[in-house]
Design a protein around this ligand. Structure first.
Ligand code: GLY
Ligand code: MN
Ligand code: MN
Length: 481
């Protein structure tokens, strides 16, 4: 059934509520004596629907530590903006078509500050003695006793199932919770200029993860590693026809089963799709003898994501040309890993990885200039085969903290608690006439997730092999017969 009534019912009864169309299923009321009235206006029905309901379980389900972590985050924001009123919205699921919405996933700043993903909710923090007072405003669920209970497809409990109400969220989050309708009179609304500053301040605060966040990211990475194994186990099936789609579906189902879902659109690039940096179409074949680039991340129930890439030979053995490319990317990767640590410039690992790539391409005779000329800011010829950066911050967002000022991101030094990716690659497109035929159509990326520690860096995704022999051995164990 769609939100406009049963197909073929002949009668449609709809109520627009909050921009969405609700329905009460007109088919059941069809009398053959003209249009039925709106059910929400039928006194007998409304009174009847208001009685006789027990209490379903509406408790908020929250990961241990989520509320306490959010309280700490609010305290950090309060200290950063002592005199400002702060308003952060969770957002609304975007509409896909007509009254069908995409899945809801709250704004990451909201999650960081509130500790949960609650559609349409707003967190307000107003300056008070010694910090800020925080109040969460939510649309109260439509429960028995109001017409929206059965007539509002977006919020009615008969449509969306039981959800926590104000009392339940207040208990779970240890915050006062009030009806959303009270927000304008109690807080007003933040001006757009303020919003940009707030986004920037939050992005920079979110850059250093606390112990609870690091625990979430470890979980995301561990669940992603098991997802890689689940995908490899399906390679034989993918090769029989369903191809990249089957592997994408395998990872996404795994991510949905162990966490909230994939943290970004999974990239499954078989053969000449591997060089396409964001190959999210995932609609090609998986063919013996070719490479298979997998860039995938599980998002935990707490909404922290991993971002990991490995490139496998579909046959289980790298060809000579594939191995040559993989070995160069591996050397670049190891150089990048070695350049991550506290006090290092954030761009150090980028330069370390790029230098190896430029040198390797020069040795292969692909660069039209010297290595030094290529690495110079005015050259960058090697980037033809690696146009993206070598890594980024990771957290609630796959490209975390992107609203930071350049001087706080690329221009900053690494601090313990930062989590970032290192992900060099080489991407030789099938129609690139400047590379020898044996390299055309090959794409390799190696992407790990790292935690900056007080003494160096920990590779969170080190359970996956890095080098070609290790990947072959892992495939031999993981891919059936
Ligand atoms: N998967 C996107 C990235 O690696 O940044
Ligand atoms: Mn990635
Ligand atoms: Mn990445």
């Amino acid at each position: 059934m769609d939100a406009q009534g049963e197909v073929g019912a002949g009668m449609i009864e709809a109520a627009a509520v909050n921009g969405r169309v609700g329905s009460v299923g007109a088919g059941a009321l069809e009398t053959g004596r003209g249009l039925p009235p709106r059910l929400a206006e039928v006194p007998g029905f409304v009174a009847f629907m208001g009685t006789g309901w027990g209490q379903p379980d509406r408790a908020a389900s929250l990961a241990p530590g989520a509320a306490a972590a959010a309280a700490t985050h609010r305290a950090r924001l309060s200290a950063a903006l002592p005199d400002e009123t702060v308003v952060v919205r969770a957002g609304t699921a975007p509409m896909r078509s007509n009254d069908s919405a995409y899945d809801f996933r709250a704004d990451s700043d909201f999650v960081w500050l509130a500790g949960a993903s609650i559609e349409d909710a707003v967190l307000a923090m107003t300056p008070a003695a010694g910090g800020h007072d925080a109040v969460l405003y939510i649309p109260p669920p439509a429960l028995p006793g109001v017409p929206e209970f059965f007539a509002d497809a977006a919020h009615g409990e008969l449509w969306v199932g039981p959800v926590p109400g104000m009392a339940e969220w207040s208990a779970a989050l240890d915050l006062p919770v009030r009806p959303l309708a009270q927000l304008p009179e109690e807080v007003g609304s933040a001006a757009p200029d303020d919003e940009a500053v707030l986004r920037r301040v939050l992005a920079e605060l979110r850059m250093v993860k606390d112990a609870w966040e690091i625990e979430q990211l470890r979980q995301a990475v561990d669940d992603t590693v098991s997802g890689f194994a689940a995908v490899l186990a399906e390679v034989p099936r993918a090769m029989t026809g369903p191809g990249e789609r089957w592997l994408q579906g395998t990872f996404d189902r795994h991510a949905r089963t162990v966490g909230n879902g994939p943290g970004y659109a999974s990239i499954v690039g078989g053969g000449h799709h591997a060089p396409t940096l964001h190959w999210v179409r995932c609609d090609g074949p998986v063919t013996d003898g070719e490479l298979l680039l997998l860039d995938m991340g599980v998002e935990t129930h707490t909404l922290y994501t991993a971002d990991v890439t490995r490139t496998f030979p579909v046959s289980g053995r790298f060809s000579e040309a594939q191995r040559q490319v993989h070995d160069l990317v591996e050397r670049s990767h190891r150089a990048g890993l070695a350049a991550v640590g506290p006090g290092r410039e954030f761009t150090d690992f980028h330069h370390a990885s790029m230098e190896v790539i430029a040198t390797g391409l020069h040795d292969w005779g692909l660069l039209p200039v010297s290595v030094d000329e290529a690495l110079a800011p005015t050259g960058q010829h090697h980037r033809r085969w690696l146009v993206c950066g070598i890594g980024h911050h990771l957290g609630l967002d796959v490209h975390d903290c992107a609203q930071s000022r350049p001087e706080a991101y690329d221009g900053a030094r690494m601090r313990p608690g930062m989590v970032l990716t290192v992900e060099p690659g080489l991407y030789f497109h099938a129609h690139d006439e400047l590379v020898p035929p044996e390299l055309r159509g090959l794409g390799v990326r190696i992407e790990d997730d790292l935690l900056v520690t007080p003494t160096g860096a920990e590779v969170l995704s080190s359970a996956l092999p890095l080098d070609a022999p290790g990947l072959e051995a892992w495939m031999a164990q993981t891919v059936p017969g």
